[in-house]
Ligand binder design. Structure first.
Ligand SMILES: Nc1ncnc2c1ncn2[C@@H]1O[C@H](COP(=O)(O)OP(=O)(O)OP(=O)(O)O)[C@@H](O)[C@H]1O
Ligand SMILES: [Mg+2]
Length: 327
């Protein structure tokens, strides 16, 4: 797609969504015990969290010009996020400060699985109207993260936001992430589908969004609703589908044994996929780049610590360093 010829673009990517610190607890036994028991764990780290913020930082590391639209509070957690985003090179002029506290997540990670506690705080004060129109007009691609966390606030305006992105010549993508309410969307989300070029759920999310029992049927149902679909499959890589093809890509070789933590792997995958598409790669190659970035991110605790630069990601994905010829 080459919609980006209509407006002069000064940004590659505008990410819209959640922005909060993650407190990440790693260890063999991270299950809390009530009754005031104190347990020692391997590590507790304060890291960049929020699906949108992780995608923004990972995309900036891949060399994209990135801005984030999100809502934080006026507090140390918000300051931490602004500092981390700025030092990664993400434009934070679209991050608004609300009267609520910055959202926070505590993730307890053990043996490749996680238990997650989130207080949404300020993040749910983000509305589509608060997304700066100049950033929207400047972006070649607009990505919405954590649709369900923001379903009541950003949700009503998502279809309009995506339509405006298209009208401005941008391509669009949306990662629903998990629905804590368990409703898995309705008319509001469906209304956005015609304006979404790439829908980026993981397997469980794809099954629930479609109401189907197996992945092939889920992908067929979701693509028939409009968007191309790329389903993240953890260590099994990803499945991609559009109106003309369905196939899978594996995670790159050479990462076995180096797994530390999968927090934010899906968000890093999104950054890699979008970077690939903006580079002019076709969907299979962009999904390969997504897998490389997602896999690389699992080699350190948190979402962004091990997010790779572009040469590293291209090498892992076995893709050439030179961009494909236009047209
Ligand atoms: N254990 C792993 N080993 C290697 N690569 C992995 C592993 N887990 C995830 N990945 C890579 O990261 C990508 C995205 O991971 P995953 O399927 O966990 O997404 P997700 O469930 O959306 O994650 P998130 O929790 O960030 O939303 C995968 O497609 C794969 O490329
Ligand atoms: Mg995800």
């Amino acid at each position: 797609m080459s919609r980006d010829q209509t407006t002069a673009k000064t940004l590659d990517l505008l990410v819209v969504g959640d922005c909060n610190p993650d407190v990440l607890v790693l260890g063999d036994d991270v299950t809390p015990e009530f009754g005031q028991h104190e347990k020692l764990v391997q590590s507790i780290s304060l890291v960049v969290g929020g699906s949108a913020a992780i995608t923004a930082v990972a995309a900036a590391r891949l060399g994209l010009r990135v801005a984030l639209a999100a809502a934080i509070g006026s507090d140390p957690a918000g300051e931490f996020m602004l500092g981390q985003l700025a030092s990664a090179g993400v434009d934070t002029s679209g991050v608004t400060v609300s009267g609520l506290g910055t959202g926070m997540t505590v993730a307890l990670a053990h043996a490749g699985d996680r238990a997650i506690l989130t207080a949404t705080g300020a993040m749910t004060s983000l509305t589509a109207g608060a997304v700066r129109r100049d950033l929207l007009a400047a972006a070649r691609h607009v990505h919405v993260s954590s649709y369900f966390l923001l379903e009541q606030s950003l949700g009503p305006g998502v279809a309009g936001l995506m339509a405006a992105a298209h009208a401005n010549g941008a391509t669009t993508s949306l990662d629903t992430n998990w629905d804590p309410a368990g409703r898995w969307g309705g008319a509001q989300l469906r209304a956005a589908f015609p304006h979404i070029d790439y829908l980026l759920p993981n397997k469980e999310e794809a099954l629930r969004l479609s109401g189907e029992r197996n992945l092939d049927a889920a992908v067929a149902a979701l693509t028939s609703a409009g968007p191309a679909v790329v389903v993240k499959l953890g260590p099994s890589g990803a499945m991609y589908a559009d109106s003309s093809r369905v196939d899978r890509v594996p995670v790159p070789l050479g990462l076995d044994g180096s797994f530390v933590d999968a927090t934010g792997a899906g968000d890093c995958f999104n950054a890699g996929l979008i970077a690939g598409l903006l580079r002019g790669l076709d969907l299979p190659s962009a999904a390969q780049l997504g897998c490389a970035v997602g896999s690389a991110s699992t080699r350190a605790a948190g979402g962004t610590a091990a997010a790779p630069d572009l040469p590293t990601a291209l090498r892992l994905a076995a893709l050439p360093e030179s961009a494909p010829a236009a047209g």
